[in-house]
Design a protein around this ligand. Structure first.
Ligand code: PXP
Length: 240
């Protein structure tokens, strides 16, 4: 069964917009877990635009389920990740000017850097290291060669597809990528832009997905219906 991990970065974005101490992403993580989330995801960015070092420390202490630390290969952030020892470290591309993560990592182009970073994370005692990739065969092969034991498939193009036909076509690419990764012995995670409307099709089309990471859709819905209901509704879709 697929695990549901909730990304709580957007709670921190709201807090930081007013330079306030609330809403607290740590409290949000507790509520998500009480509502049935299997784990919590956060992205510590180099510019600390949402999650802060304080949040990371408290999330490490309070999250009971799986903790997924999203990070770039920046040396300082990798060091913090090693000290935090999450259950999962997910390496993502990061550009200061982007609103959110745009596209998967170029694993082929950054192979050397990744071959240095991934062993550091494993040596720190982190048991799972995933690379966030587009559904492209050479990127998935390169992820395995670079030493990762999981990939997170970038589902942004699936979510943003302009027509049902285009979405189905991206879904087929994601499905082929998931099969390839599974054959290579990699765990398959997925995320970006998944929501209450597009998740059922994603679930039907893409096999072998052991966990999904969903943020914006659930926090946006929580503003209107409350976090508990937003997580429970999503959990029903994910668990089937
Ligand atoms: N996975 C990764 C690697 C991401 O960078 C993000 C966005 O922070 C997500 C999943 C979640 O995307 P969304 O907020 O669109 O659900």
């Amino acid at each position: 069964m697929t695990d549901l991990l909730i990304n709580i970065d957007h709670v921190a974005t709201l807090r930081n917009a007013r330079r306030e101490s609330f809403p607290d992403p740590v409290q949000a993580a507790v509520l998500c877990e009480l509502a049935g989330a299997d784990g919590i995801v956060f992205h510590l960015r180099e510019d600390r635009r949402h999650i802060t070092d304080r949040d990371v420390r408290l999330l490490r202490e309070t999250v009971r389920g799986k903790l997924d630390f999203e990070l770039s290969t920046n040396t300082e952030i990798v060091q913090i990740c090693c000290e935090t020892r999450p259950d999962l470290a997910t390496l993502v591309p990061e550009r200061r000017e982007e609103v959110t993560t745009e596209g998967g990592l170029d694993v082929v182009g950054h192979r050397a850097r990744l071959r240095e970073t991934i062993p550091r994370l494993f040596d720190a005692g982190i048991r799972e290291v995933a690379l966030f990739v587009d559904p492209e065969p050479d990127q998935i092969e390169a992820a395995r060669e670079a030493g990762a034991n999981a990939i997170e498939l970038h589902t942004g193009d699936f979510a943003n597809a302009p027509t049902p036909e285009a979405r189905a076509a991206v879904g087929e690419r994601l499905a082929a990528a998931a099969r390839q990764a599974h054959t290579l012995g990699l765990s398959v995670h997925a995320g970006h832009g998944l929501d209450y409307a597009n998740y059922p099709l994603f679930r039907r089309l893409v096999p072998h997905v052991s966990e999904v990471s969903i943020g914006f859709a659930v926090i946006a819905r929580a503003v209107l219906v409350g976090l508990d209901r937003a997580v429970r509704d999503l959990r029903k879709l994910v668990k089937g």
